[in-house]
Design a binder for this molecule. Structure first.
Ligand code: GRF
Length: 223
């Protein structure tokens, strides 16, 4: 049986969310073992950060594959070999097919920098600014084959301030990302968070359709 604390993190870039997991494990706020950090991009800066932290890394370069399904099949084999209880997409910039998603249904999470269901896909901060929104935020959600469409677990909101551009807004949202993603992983690994069918439950209570709101969590939910 796999150790129930084992996590695998998939990245494509700088890996600041991955670093937030490394830090949370080191600080003792996340009871987990990061067994593998995998990137589709050989130049992802996050790979170096993971290696510096003594974590096993792997790279599967999507450019060497003729189809998404063939890439996903190899990804599945490599991730399975690490025997994760939970798989975390953290800035993983590939669209995954059911070849990868189905075997991990209910134990695959993503972080998306918008208040879903608003702004699926790319350039979320610019789109929020262009729309004249007064707030932006981030959502951690379970992954289904629908892109950025799986059920939300937790959202954090930030104000949009006068003079913001996409970079300043992204930085404000990123601070929240680093708080909420390790928290959701901790809930899952502690057996408190489940996703079955279309239902997401935390501590036996149904999570609202848009996810819980980080700012209104009670003390029991903040750990
Ligand atoms: C984050 O904004 C995340 O929400 C999005 O991609 C970005 C990844 O950043 N999915 P990092 O690689 O974790 O620093």
């Amino acid at each position: 049986m796999p150790d129930s604390r084992r996590i695998v993190i998939l990245i494509s870039g700088r890996g600041s969310n991955m670093q937030s997991f490394i830090d949370a494990v080191a600080e003792g706020t996340l009871d987990a073992e990061i067994t593998l950090v995998l990137s589709n991009n050989p130049n992802a800066a996050g790979l170096e950060r993971a290696e510096e932290a003594g974590i096993t890394t792997a790279c599967i370069d999507h450019r060497l594959y003729s189809s998404r399904e063939a890439f996903d099949a190899d990804l599945l084999n490599t991730v399975n070999a690490a025997e994760p209880e939970l798989v975390l997409l953290a800035g993983f910039m590939r669209i995954l097919t059911p070849v990868f998603i189905q075997p991990f249904a209910g134990r695959l999470l993503n972080i998306h920098p918008s208040l879903l269901p608003k702004y699926r896909g790319l350039h979320t901060h610019q789109r929020a600014l262009d729309a004249g929104d007064r707030e932006a935020g981030v959502t951690v959600h379970f992954v289904t084959p629908e892109l950025d469409g799986g059920p939300p677990v937790l959202q954090a909101r930030v104000p949009i301030k006068t003079g913001d551009d996409a970079d300043s807004l992204a930085a404000r949202v990123l601070e929240q990302e680093h708080k909420i993603y390790p928290l959701v992983a901790n809930w899952f690994l502690a057996g408190r968070l489940t996703h079955q069918g279309s239902k997401v439950l935390l501590d036996g209570q149904a999570v609202p359709d848009q996810g819980l709101d980080y700012q209104t969590l009670g003390p029991d939910q903040l750990r």
